[in-house]
Design a protein around this ligand. Sequence first.
Ligand SMILES: [Zn+2]
Length: 160
Amino acid sequence: MIIYRLRCSNGHEFESWFKDSKTYERQEKKSVIGCAVCGDSKVKRAIMSPRIGKKGKIEVEMPAEAAPAPAPVPTPAQQSMAALARRMPKELREALLKVRAEVEKNCEHVGDKFAEEARKIHYGESDKRGIYGETTDEEAEALAEEGIEFGRLPWIPRGN
Ligand SMILES: [Zn+2]
């Protein structure tokens, strides 16, 4: 079987299957092929749209740099922090990384429950200890108003 893209004299294009190319030629001569849209029998083969076959492989030249490996998409916060880190002087970046390492070594990570946990510690509902985590600007402001001590530091990503 062979598929041909056909076009009638009215410009309609459609595809039709034939046993082989000879069958198609015979049917075309006899005008027995009707347009699928208007029934017109003046049908000719249209130019086949390119298809990827075994031989006719489509190759696209692309420099290696233009095709980067897919990387995990960083969150906007991580993106801006990474951008900030890139603009920082090397010494500052290293100092911040050192602080980060110290905090990670000595404090408990509480994730986004920082404000909640800091409040509990402040009011003696939780053991007094160093904690670190993420908080929103609003939460941080509320903590400051309640007189809860905490520090904020740019949590810059490790590596380059
Ligand atoms: Zn037609």
